[in-house]
Design a protein around this ligand. Structure first.
Ligand SMILES: Cc1cc2nc3c(=O)[nH]c(=O)nc-3n(C[C@H](O)[C@H](O)[C@H](O)COP(=O)(O)OP(=O)(O)OC[C@H]3O[C@@H](n4cnc5c(N)ncnc54)[C@H](O)[C@@H]3O)c2cc1C
Length: 371
């Protein structure tokens, strides 16, 4: 089959774009050098937290809230189609303050969010104790936001890939794209070793590796890796009801008692692995949030690479090379932003009017001029 669109990368971004485009009627081929979900998308905590992640930025908040609601719809759709529960839960988040300065900061964040209609509850230590008894009693207050949610990234990725496949998408695992070929200002194809595949439309969704692919009109370091180390444990009963942030870290609790603690933010290139320093950092943050975790057994630890960008926003949409699109650079929020990214790529491909958000994410802002 001759595909209408080739997607490079089978992370959540590539799979979500493929699913969406296939539903639009396109014949899609996904090229993945390893297996779908091999990298960051399976390492993520699954926090869908636009209110805590937008840091008061109106655009990031708006995009994130829209995407979180698309997640809710997607979760229902995948449940209905395949009977898969992807773990979407509107569990809410709580942020702890340990100093007067942090408390004032939380108050400022709450005021900035309230302007946008986000409901924020400011808790006293007594209220915190009542709502989340396992939170550190040294916290002098907390901010609670009930609209944020979580999802289980691995389950989501499998279900979205399944959805894409059912809509006719072909996945080729073990296919490393070595270069994008461009002629006369438009994309012509992809090189995989000796093989050349012709393509009129290409979406590059290769996460932290995106701008390393030769032929793209970007400096190779435009998208760069930021390593994050994580730890998982189990507590019975589940330690928290909400996702709890504090001391620069977070604790995510699944309904079965699994606890995910994160994370580090390290610029160490593509060096894989976990370190003593990284683990110490994650453990210190997690036990500051929930002292009871001191006695929990560590079940798993891992690390992966967030695709960072110079301005913290992803690169989504068509480049100046006709037919060449990007869906990458989602940094700490790629799970959250996957559905809205798929929607924006679909809009761009269909030539639908470009919204203000889409303009702000345009890859043009980092694009090199054609020689
Ligand atoms: C520790 C950690 C915790 C996180 N927690 C959260 C969270 O709670 N919430 C949230 O929203 N986000 C979170 N993130 C961020 C999120 O995981 C990423 O932003 C998101 O997964 C990026 O998805 P992606 O598909 O772009 O990249 P990836 O999942 O990295 O996928 C890229 C794919 O492209 C493939 N590829 C690369 N180069 C090529 C090539 N040349 N040819 C073919 N295939 C190629 C790779 O093999 C890979 O499968 C976290 C990240 C980390 C590391």
């Amino acid at each position: 089959m001759h595909p209408d669109v080739i997607v490079v990368g089978g992370g959540l971004m590539g799979c979500s774009v493929a699913y969406r485009l296939a539903k639009d009627g396109a014949r899609v081929l996904v090229l993945e050098r390893s297996i779908p979900g091999a990298e960051a998308s399976s390492a993520a905590a699954g926090i869908l937290g636009p209110t805590v992640e937008s840091f008061g930025d109106a655009l990031a908040l708006q995009l994130g809230r829209r995407s979180r609601e698309l997640h809710a719809e997607l979760a229902d759709e995948l449940d209905e189609l395949f009977g898969v529960d992807v773990g979407f839960r509107r569990c809410g988040v709580a942020k702890l303050a340990f100093t007067e300065e942090e408390l004032a900061e939380l108050d400022g964040q709450a005021s900035a969010l309230e302007v946008h209609g986000v409901r924020c509850d400011r808790w006293s230590p007594e209220e915190l104790k009542h709502e989340e008894p396992a939170a550190n009693p040294e916290a002098i207050g907390a901010l609670s936001i009930s609209e944020d949610a979580q999802v289980e990234p691995k389950k989501l990725l499998s279900a979205v890939a399944l959805g894409a496949e059912r809509e006719g998408t072909t996945f080729r695992s073990g296919s490393t794209v070595r270069a994008v070929t461009v002629e006369g200002g438009r994309v012509r194809g992809l090189q995989l070793g000796d093989e050349v595949i012709e393509a009129e439309r290409v979406v590059v969704a290769a996460g932290s590796w995106t701008t390393l692919i030769p032929g793209l009109p970007f400096d190779s370091e435009t998208i760069y890796p930021v390593r994050g180390q994580m730890i998982a444990a189990h507590t019975r009963p589940p330690i928290f009801r909400r996702i709890v942030f504090g001391a620069g870290g977070y604790v995510v609790t699944r309904p079965d008692g699994r606890v995910l603690c994160g994370s580090t933010m390290e610029r160490v290139g593509f060096e894989r692995g976990i370190t003593f320093g990284g683990m110490a950092d994650v453990i210190n943050k997690a036990t500051r949030i929930a002292p009871a975790l001191r006695t929990a057994a560590i079940e798993e630890h891992w690390s992966s690479f967030r695709p960072g960008t110079p301005d913290g926003l992803p690169l989504v949409g068509e480049t100046r090379v006709e037919g060449l699109f990007l869906a990458s650079g989602h940094y700490r929020n790629g799970i959250l932003l996957a559905p809205v990214t798929a929607e924006l790529v679909s809009d761009a491909m269909a030539g639908r009017p470009v919204s203000r958000e889409a303009q702000a994410l345009s890859p043009h802002r980092f694009e090199e001029q054609a020689p």
